[in-house]
Design a protein. Structure first.
Length: 306
């Protein structure tokens, strides 16, 4: 089967860990082991998050030239190259000798009139104390929101992906049997002007929504979204919370999920399955194979459970 795997940012950096090259190498090595196990029996295409990393790049930019910040599209491109390199190297080490891998910078088109530009929701960067957040608001005019686990984070616009302009070369490599790493961080956000020219724009696209678009374009069988939560939960946070196994998009429509975390994964899963995908799975990285085999995690499918 052909599987698009969307790695959460926590696959590269655990909450509370320092943002160092050593920490990311160690975490990516673990992720590569799980992906390599899946690749023994399936063709995988890998996408990944970049929330902590793009936030770090933004901080470095602000420290270097606070009055002339680098735009998010360029910072996103930098993280695609950096994280893609880490994943590619560790995957090549974990996969059988001779396996071909390729990392591609991926532009993703968004609508410049998307209402998301008026209401930033996508968290990026580290968690701040109240005092640090107030300083960031004042110095950089960043929008900050409270985290459910405490502290505050910067949020930026997260428009919906409309198209992947570079899908043709991605498809060529996939058809040639190459393990492709692409659409990192949701892709580099670009908009098309009236003259047809493309330009970067200040945004971070949700990687799960882009991964669903990628999976649909590549006619993948499965969209697999890996995070640090074992499944989607009914009544998350309540005393009677319950893990959801197999479920349909219609059943999920009747529930409510947090907009900044599980909500985009649910929306991506439903979009992919309704577009013809066999299954969308959500769960922990270490359960990747078990989710595909319906032994763990949540499986979104068109048919209701027996």
């Amino acid at each position: 089967m052909r599987i698009v795997v969307a790695l959460g940012g926590n696959a590269l950096l655990k909450r509370g860990e320092p943002m160092t090259a050593q920490a990311q190498h160690a975490n990516v090595r673990i992720a590569a082991g799980a992906l390599a196990d899946l690749a023994r029996d399936h063709q995988i295409i890998v996408a990944h998050g970049n929330g902590p990393q793009v936030g770090l790049m933004a901080l470095r930019s602000a420290a270097y030239a606070p009055d002339n910040l680098w735009p998010l599209d360029i910072l996103g491109a930098e993280t695609e190259g950096m994280i893609g390199y880490l994943i590619e190297q560790e995957l090549v080490n974990a996969l059988p000798p001779g396996t071909d891998c390729a990392t591609l910078l991926t532009r993703v088109e968004v609508d410049p009139n998307d209402p998301a530009f008026d209401e930033p929701t996508k968290p990026i960067g580290p968690v701040y104390t109240a005092a640090e957040a107030e300083l960031a608001r004042t110095e950089h005019r960043w929008t900050m929101v409270e985290e459910a686990t405490g502290g505050l984070r910067r949020v930026v616009p997260s428009p919906l992906p409309v198209a992947i302009p570079g899908i043709a070369p991605i498809r060529l490599l996939v058809e040639a049997g190459v393990c492709v790493i692409c659409a990192g961080g949701g892709g580099i956000p670009v908009v098309r002007g009236r003259d047809g020219r493309m330009e970067g724009i200040e945004a971070v696209i949700d990687k799960d929504r882009t991964s669903a678009l990628l999976a649909e374009a590549l006619e993948a069988d499965i969209l697999l979204m890996l995070t640090d939560v074992e499944a989607v939960f009914r009544d998350w946070g309540a005393p009677g919370q319950e893990a959801i196994g197999r479920i349909t998009p219609d059943a999920l429509d009747a529930m409510t999920f947090p907009a900044g975390s599980m909500g985009p994964k649910i929306a991506a899963a439903c979009d992919f399955v309704r577009a013809g995908g066999t299954m969308a799975g959500i769960g922990r990285l270490q359960d990747a194979r078990a989710i595909v085999e319906e032994r763990a995690g949540t499986q979104v499918q068109r048919e209701p459970p027996a």
